[in-house]
Structure formats: C-alpha cells, structure tokens
Design a binder for this molecule. Structure first.
Ligand SMILES: Cc1ncc(COP(=O)(O)O)c(C=O)c1O
Length: 410
C-alpha cells in the first residue's frame, strides 16, 4: 500500500491532505487524487457525534506494554476485544464467538504480513507461493515481496496458478478493486486461505451470511473510516496460527498502540449501541448513513458513465441484507472503470487532472482503472463534473492513439 500511496502522492500535488478537518478549496484546474482509498468521506458523520466519541487519556494512563497478560494476544485491550465481538454479532457479518482468537494489529496491513509468517514454515524446501485472483489489491504483491523473505513469495494471479505443493491464497470479498464477491479459486490440497473482508460491511455490500473461515481480516480503516488510528483485527480459529501472529507483532512492534485500541473500542461501541437502539427517537446509525451516502454516489456515477459513453462499470446483483432486513444494491468502495475503446484509462483521466490507480497495478490491463468512492463530497462532485466532460475528448484521443500507432509503423 505504501508504495502505491507514494506513487500516487508524488504523481500530483494533491489538494487534500487527509489530516485536515476542512477540505482545501478546489479550483477548476486542481489535480484531484482518486488513486488512494483514504476513507475521508465519513468525516461529517463523526463530526456530528464528536462528544459521544471523544476520549480523554490522562498522562499516567496506558503506560505498560501489556494489556491483558493472561490472553494469548497479550497486547489486545479487553475493551477492544469485547467491542469487536459485539459489533460482529450486531452486524452479523462474521462469527467471532469466544472460541475464536482475536489478534489486533497496526492496521490489517501488519496482520497480513503476520499471517504470511504464521502460515509459512521454515522447514519447507522453498518459499510458499502467495496468490490472489486478478484483479487483486495492489499491496499484496508489494507486501509479500518487499523483504525478499525466504519463507514466502508472490506467485501472481490465482487463476493461472498451477504449481503443486502448499500455497496461500488471499480472497478479498468484496474485492478491491472491482467490488466482486469472491470465493477461493485454486481449491487444491495444501492450500491455506486468508479471507480479507475489509469491505464486508453493510454500507458496501448486502450482508448475506456470517463469515466463518479459518482466518479473517478486518480493518477499522474501511469499517468506520478511521484509517489514521491504524487498527485492524484478525479472527483466527487455530491457536498455533494465532500464536505465531502474536509473535510476529511482538517482534515487529511489541504490540499495538493502546490509545488507538481504546479509541477504536469506543467508536465501535457507539456504532453497536446505535444499531441496537430501537427507541422512538432513534437516529440513523453509521451503516445506514454510510449506505445512503454510498448508494447516492453510485447512482450519480452510473448516470455520468452512462451519459458520456466512454467508460463502463461492473454490474452488481442486488441481494438480501440480513443487517438491514431488505434487498440492497452493492455500493463498493471503489469504482472499477473500463475504457470501452480499450484506451489507457488512467492516462485518459490524468489528462483531465484526475489521478487514479491503473489496472496494471492490480494485475490486469491498462484499459481498467480504479477510482476511490470514499473522497470528500467536494472532490467527488468535481470528479463527476470532469468525468462528464471527457465525453467530447474521447474521440480525439482515439484518433490520437491511431495516429500514434501509424506513426510507430512508419
Ligand atoms: C482489501 C484491503 N485490505 C487491507 C487494507 C489495508 O488496511 P489497513 O488500513 O488496516 O492497513 C486495505 C486498504 O486499502 C484494503 O483495501
């Protein structure tokens, strides 16, 4: 992720430093960065709840390395453990009963790496292959290859993986970048699965079942938008795997910030309270708010894409959402745009001052690009405006490309 972030950040002087409370004013020629999945759009929801989520931490509090010395994950705050299990019960998106281990990490990014370590073995003659079905989240190859580990190695697209022996497959569902609901594709003996369910929350997709897998990853970043707290969690069935993950985190960061854990526990608790509130003055809960916002954005995006005719978007089937008790349309965190003419989609949008993350980073062709649906309103609206304007230029670019090809052959 970091490399992708840096590429995106250096490609443009982005107008939105994500830590700011009020968005910088956008001028008609400012470059907008839609390459990052920075979930800043939930800011206004949390502004309204400021007091209920505010925490004061005295200087003498939270000083020890230890949170719960008796727990296998000794750095997990009991408050967060409780809030995570409760939220999954309330939403119905995963089994997180007491027989499962919760391992907290500095974002699910750290947990992914902890899992690569935990699921591999130093006794194997060669590094275990790590695969994901393309298009896959662009950070998986980077994180797997970064340290050139002798334990594991990136082996690319799961659809074309045909090597015998043990392997790890990452199943991301709904998928980043294309929002698809996924299952494992290799399905061979010796396979170990990591389910990355970062987006399996009601604002992005209907909640159709309680996920019950050996290893599941979730992240506070995409569940609530608090990416800056850097909290992720794994739900793990096997004690040995959980123990190895804890060892990895112990060696890489001796635990996880307690301030962040308590903040996450508080916010997750407020969400659960609101979801369970059935009183007459009940307010829109976080997931209802998120779903309303996301589906409005998707409706607008589809309208613009249909009107300009240059791009297409995937279609997603409606499904019954156990959380909301009605049929809902998926509204993924990313738009997966395809150029109908087979043009380089990322380049085309860059010409209109929109920075995106091109298909090749996700293991597919450049006629695809990913746009974030999680930006602040002002930026999203400007994006739609610019996208609408591309209509007229598409033909010019087609001609340019053809000319370019002709010139090449001369
Ligand atoms: C599928 C997926 N997994 C994991 C992450 C990383 O999450 P975190 O912020 O918890 O490190 C992201 C972030 O974009 C993601 O899209």
């Amino acid at each position: 992720m970091v490399v992708g972030f840096e590429k995106a950040a250096s490609a443009t002087k982005s107008v939105m430093p994500s830590g700011k409370k009020t968005p910088a004013t956008l001028s008609s020629d400012s470059v907008i960065n839609f390459a990052r999945g920075d979930p800043t759009m939930y800011h206004s929801y949390w502004s309204k709840l400021e007091d209920r989520c505010t925490m004061v931490i005295p200087g003498n509090d939270l000083m020890s390395y230890f949170s719960d010395a008796g727990n296998l994950c000794w750095f997990l705050m009991p408050e967060l453990d409780h809030a995570i299990r409760r939220l999954h019960r309330v939403v119905g998106n995963a089994v997180a009963d007491d027989d499962r281990f919760i391992v907290v990490g500095t974002g699910s990014t750290q947990l992914f790496q902890a899992l690569l370590y935990a699921l591999s073995s130093p006794d194997e003659p060669e590094p275990i292959s790590v695969v994901a079905a393309a298009p896959f989240y662009s950070s998986y190859p980077e994180e797997t290859e970064f340290l050139r580990s002798g334990l594991y190695k990136w082996a690319g697209d799961a659809y074309s993986f045909d090597k015998d022996g043990p392997y790890i497959e990452v199943v991301t569902s709904p998928n980043n970048p294309d929002g698809a609901i996924r299952e494992a594709v290799v399905n061979r003996e010796g396979g170990k699965l990591i389910y990355d369910l970062a987006y399996y929350w009601p604002q992005y997709t209907p909640i159709t079942h309680r996920a019950d897998y050996d290893v599941i990853l979730f992240t506070f970043s995409k569940a609530t938008g608090h990416a800056g707290s850097r909290i992720g969690w794994a739900i793990v069935k096997n004690k040995e795997v959980a123990t190895k993950m804890v060892k990895f985190i112990e060696l890489s960061s001796i635990g996880v910030s307690k301030e962040s854990q308590l903040r996450a526990a508080k916010i997750l608790g407020v969400i659960s309270d609101d979801c369970q509130d059935s009183g007459p003055n009940k307010e829109e809960n976080f997931f209802e708010y998120g779903y309303r916002l996301m589906s409005e954005r998707w409706e607008k995006l589809r309208e613009v894409v249909e009107r300009n005719g240059v791009f297409s978007l995937p279609k997603y089937p409606q499904d019954y959402c156990n959380f909301s008790g009605k049929y809902t349309d998926p509204s993924p965190a990313f738009g997966w745009l395809r150029s109908k003419e087979g043009l380089n989609c990322d380049n085309l949008l860059r010409e209109h001052n929109i920075v995106t993350r091109g298909g090749t980073t996700f293991g597919v062709g450049s006629k695809y690009t990913r746009i974030s649906m999680l930006s602040p309103d002002e930026e999203f609206n400007l994006f739609l405006e610019r996208l609408s304007a591309i209509k007229g230029t598409a033909k010019e670019i087609v001609i340019d490309d053809r000319l370019r090809e002709k010139l090449k052959s001369l």
